[in-house]
Ligand binder design. Sequence first.
Ligand code: ATP
Ligand code: MG
Length: 414
Amino acid sequence: MRVSNLFTKTSKNAPADEVAKNAQLLSRAGFIHKEMAGVYTYLPLGKIVIDKIIQIVREEMNAVGGLEMSLTALQAKDTWEASGRWDDKVMDVWFKTKLASGSEVGLAPTHEEPLTKLMKDFIHSYKDLPAYPYQFQIKFRNELRSKSGLMRGREFWMKDLYSFSRDRNEHDAFYEKISKAYEKVYSRFGIGDITYKTFASGGSFSKYSHEFQTLSDVGEDTIYVHEGRRIAINEEVYNDEVLADLDIKKEELVEKKAVEVGNIFTLGTKFSDAFDLKYTDEDGASKPVFMGSYGIGPSRIMGLIAELFSDEKGLVWPENIAPYKVYLVQIGGELSIECADELYEELKKRNIEVLYDDRDVRPGQKFADSELMGIPYRVTVSDRMLADKVYEFVVRSDGQKNLLTHEQLLDKLS
Ligand code: ATP
Ligand code: MG
């Protein structure tokens, strides 16, 4: 991609009413555009990042047997009445609207109900189980406050996987497996070391659910971290009983602010009972399907990473979710243009993702933009350096600067 083709521009200022650092930086760098509070457009650079985040989650969900699908955003009222969650007092984040005919519909805030109902068409016998459908979808929630940029949107990307198992044993085994998959996801995002599997409130079918909480001062949640065991307890369930359950002493815990980046939940037969989702087992007996739900928030993770990995100059993307690996800067006359063009083609040929600043603007602006956008490596081609047959190579995360020959550069980037 050439910067001259990028219609978005960087800016010194974020929208005046934007208070969250992640959204300020992402707006200034041209990754997102604010439509209204909690509602953001993903611009071309931002779209690449959210897609990379989603792809990492997708690979790990596929690895545990997930089958990707895509449910509808428009929801029928009667589907949700079956579980009682159409009621605004029960589900307080609904966006509801009406069809031309007058019948009410809602914009999906989550998908337990429509999916449980749908699975009735496909689950009949023990041979149809287990099943692990999942999706990435924009969820709609009328959140009371939405001042945290991408971290709390009124529409946002969610990965939601649902497990349909024969019994609790089969469920428990999958619950452990996907918990491990979540840990892999967060380490691939570079936040594994500050993310804790956290005991949170459960439902009628298990005492606890688990949240994955990433330490951050801007977090809305308070958790109590046991560093040695790499687990934490959400303040909502923090009491003597939980401490006893987990065999933990108060003194071993440290209070921290954190952001929930995902959660896993044992639903049991709550929804299968509501929708009469049953299967016939080997002995011919009819049994309710045992369910679980597993969420991850790609939008929130993008905001959190922007917030965590940034400095006074701008964003600092981890390499595997950066929109491009290399920011190529061309400075000077004919010769450097020719040489930068060539290097650009060569990097592309080697599948190295490169954003080529071919604009006729001051070098200072090119450098500043590369830093604001947070591209991991900057390579500069200038007339002066070409005389010495070297490129300048700068690492965004630590500012380390080197002069590299053509060969050394390709070595570093491959
Ligand atoms: P929270 O307590 O933060 O509101 P939640 O319990 O409502 O989260 P879930 O309904 O389980 O969250 O959604 C699954 C995941 O989706 C969450 O772990 C989080 O990462 C993400 N998420 C939830 N609400 C939002 C939101 N408003 N904006 C962005 N991401 C969200
Ligand atoms: Mg919520």
